[in-house]
Design a protein around this ligand. Sequence first.
Ligand SMILES: Cc1ncc(COP(=O)(O)O)c(C=O)c1O
Length: 388
Amino acid sequence: MKTNIYFDNACTSYPKPTSVPEAMANYITSLGSNINRGCYDVAYKTEELVFETRELLKDLFNGEDSRNVVFTKNVTESLNFIIKGLLKPGDHVLVSSMEHNAVMRPLVQLSENNITFDRIPCHEDGSMDTSAIIPLIRPNTKAIIMLHASNVCGTLLPIKDVGQLCSKYKLLFILDCAQTAGVFDIDMVDMNIDALCFTGHKSLMGPQGIGGFILKSHMINKLNPLISGGTGSISHTEFIPEFMPDRFEAGTPNIPGILGLNASLKWIRDKGISNIKEHELSLTGHMLEELIQLESSTDKIKLIGRRNIESRVGVISITTTDDELSNIAYELEQEYGILTRVGLHCAPSAHKTLNTFPTGTIRFSFGPDNTHDEVDFVAKSLKTLLTR
Ligand SMILES: Cc1ncc(COP(=O)(O)O)c(C=O)c1O
């Protein structure tokens, strides 16, 4: 029987640290209480753990205040909260040309309300020059909304420079760190990030269904809450609480998800971000070398994006010259148990930038559990498939 080799961590990370399902099961079987509602010991214990998770997130991203950590179900919901809560008719924003549809679809939806956007053009390897931003700034430009790393080709965008530029031109800076949280250092103060949107189930190693955003305090009153309802607080009034996080969190949260994320954040803290990064970049470098060799010996694949580990994350895309991409991805799985992702990865704008639209790419993405032996096996299998 073939054993699966999981190279689809950019989609969702697998396997999770064992402490993640343990924490979730422990909550369901031994605590089980809601938060902000019950005055009994297990409710207080659950509240403490949820609070601790906000603290872990605040510390990871150098947020201002753990009360400004708001839980959602994923980064898509977080971006919708920020984009739709912040922008008003007449506003203009800038995005990179590498964005995921989690940013593009809300913006296209809002364009019906006279909210406009421009794409900052990126190079064919997915990289960006910040000098391309300045000519696009208009008097009504309110914010730059941008991902930290491409989920298609792994290229990092220069977020520290963009943060400085936002500060100089008085623009808000909203970051989608779906592909970098927990692997790359992200500092909301140092990088001048006003709202940071994260998802729990990718490089943060938590379960699906939990994500969130972290606000600088000056953002709180700039955002209209997208949802409202019971919070367990100030129940005498039908008005939305003004304090955090209740201003943006209504209804019962995903407590098993939050506590699973609590466990994965502790796992990341104990393992050390720099060690995780070093491991993933080492696998990336190895895979890039194998692919570059294959590219020159067979002429049948084309590596997309940057060709070395500088300014990139552990996400690699290829196209092929004479076979259907989906056939190759299918055969990699059926014959060798190698799990990849094929297609457009919810990012048509990025593929247009990379010149891989509408065909798409096969994507290999690494996580903490992958090994160099797996990279060797994948390279060998790919070579066999392409040369037979
Ligand atoms: C850069 C980026 N943004 C947003 C998303 C959406 O993530 P989620 O499905 O967790 O909301 C992804 C997932 O692929 C992504 O890679």
